[in-house]
Ligand binder design. Structure first.
Ligand SMILES: Nc1ncnc2c1ncn2[C@@H]1O[C@H](COP(=O)(O)OP(=O)(O)OP(=O)(O)O)[C@@H](O)[C@H]1O
Ligand SMILES: [Mg+2]
Length: 385
């Protein structure tokens, strides 16, 4: 009876299922910055510098915006804090539409959006402590609170012993630490960084990036990193947007964008970090279609855990292929391994579709990128041309 009755009943209330809209909404990160159809034209004769830019930035994330010089990165970041007024479109930060605010309302919203710069912008007449205190003094914070807050901020950035040093007595990395402490003084929700590590040597850059990540983790502040240095994004950004000629050409999790860029421009742009493009000596040998005596060339992309699997052995044992490695590299993107190897699939005559299907079943991304003529030494092939 109970069994029969149960089959006709509605399913028991066992709590929300993963498809529940409430669950989906809760697991979706909250958006803190929303840019919609943003266009900026400084000079009509030149045309738009930002062209229909839309992107969202999740609260608490580190979001990199990369692009070549002149791509529009600084213009975009200035639209985020209201320093530049958009020609059209919307910019909302913490639910406030920055592009429509004026006067005191804009100044209040800006307190929530701090910024650090390439050349630090410190006052040379003030000590490290004096520079950090400045925004607090302007905001009318009582003196004893300022003192405590400044000490805590200098401690946070690892400069507790340098409170009384003037900028001229500090190294570039230390100056940027003061800049970061000053930016954090009013507990902003967003920290914008416009090329903040571009004037620093590689070792100091890494230290400053690690500090930004540490602050992001400790305080939950959202960090927007504007940079032309891919290394910066690769090291700490969890999401990335690629700008080119004022347009967003890619946006998404850093690993996905770096591992599988959809556009040719992004692919070539990221090639200093990830071996998407083969060296020219290799590309020159490729032909588009198979001919008598040619072998296919496979590009195999390993991501995450699959990067440690013995793929080459699999090709030999399962398909009798002798993989001749043309090119290969393993990089770490946002802490995850990403390997790309390019092999000539010599020997064996397996159905290529079977090979690709097998590699896919191992969670690898594999594609045939061309063919090369077999058994002619590379040197002889070049001489014959
Ligand atoms: N205030 C301005 N008035 C007129 N044109 C401007 C202004 N600011 C920027 N531009 C132009 O807009 C384009 C984008 O400049 P922007 O500074 O946003 O690029 P960027 O990506 O930050 O470049 P970089 O990496 O060199 O800093 C450039 O062609 C620049 O000359
Ligand atoms: Mg710039």
């Amino acid at each position: 009876m109970t069994l029969l009755a149960r089959t006709n009943e509605a399913p028991p209330l066992s709590g929300p299922t993963p498809e529940d809209p409430a669950v989906v909404a809760a697991s979706r990160p909250e958006t803190i910055i929303e840019v919609s159809s943003l266009t900026k034209t400084y000079d009509r004769k030149v045309g738009p510098v930002l062209d229909d830019v839309s992107l969202t930035i999740a609260k608490g994330s580190i979001h990199g915006i990369i692009g070549r010089s002149g791509a529009g990165k600084s213009t975009l970041v200035r639209c985020l804090n209201g320093l530049v007024a958009p020609t059209s479109g919307r910019v909302a930060v913490s639910g406030r539409e920055i592009s429509s605010l004026r006067g005191p309302a804009l100044r209040k919203a800006r307190r929530d959006i701090a910024m650090i710069f390439q050349h630090f912008s410190l006052l040379s007449s003030r000590t490290a402590a004096g520079n950090v205190a400045l925004p607090l003094e302007i905001a009318g914070v009582p003196k004893d609170v300022v003192r405590q807050k400044v000490a805590a901020l200098l401690d946070l950035v690892g400069l507790a012993g340098k409170a009384d040093a003037y900028p001229s007595e500090l190294s570039g990395g230390q100056k940027q630490r003061v800049g970061i402490a000053r930016a954090l003084a009013l507990d902003p929700a967003v920290l914008l960084s416009d090329e903040a590590t571009s004037a620093l040597d590689p070792e100091t850059t890494v230290q400053i990036l690690d500090l930004l990540r540490e602050i992001n983790r400790r305080t939950g502040i959202t960090v927007v990193l504007i940079t032309h240095e891919m290394e910066v994004v690769r090291r700490i950004a969890d999401h990335v947007t690629v700008l080119e000629g004022g347009k967003v050409i890619e946006t998404g999790p850093t690993f996905d964008v770096f591992a599988f860029p959809k556009s040719r421009i992004a692919r070539s742009f990221l090639s200093s970090i990830v071996a998407h493009d083969l060296p020219e000596e290799v590309t020159r040998q490729l032909i588009a279609a198979p001919i008598e005596g040619s072998d296919p060339v496979l590009r195999i992309t390993f991501t995450g855990d699959a990067a440690h699997d013995p793929v080459v052995t699999t090709l030999v044992e399962k398909f009798g292929i002798r993989p001749n490695i043309l090119h290969g590299r393993i990089d770490y993107i946002a802490g995850k391994p990403l390997g790309i190897i390019t092999v000539i699939a010599e020997g064996g005559r397996p159905d290529l579709a079977d090979v690709l299907a097998h590699l896919t079943s191992l969670n690898l991304h594999a594609e045939v990128i061309g063919h090369v003529v077999r058994s002619v030494p590379a040197g002889a092939r070049r001489a014959a041309r």
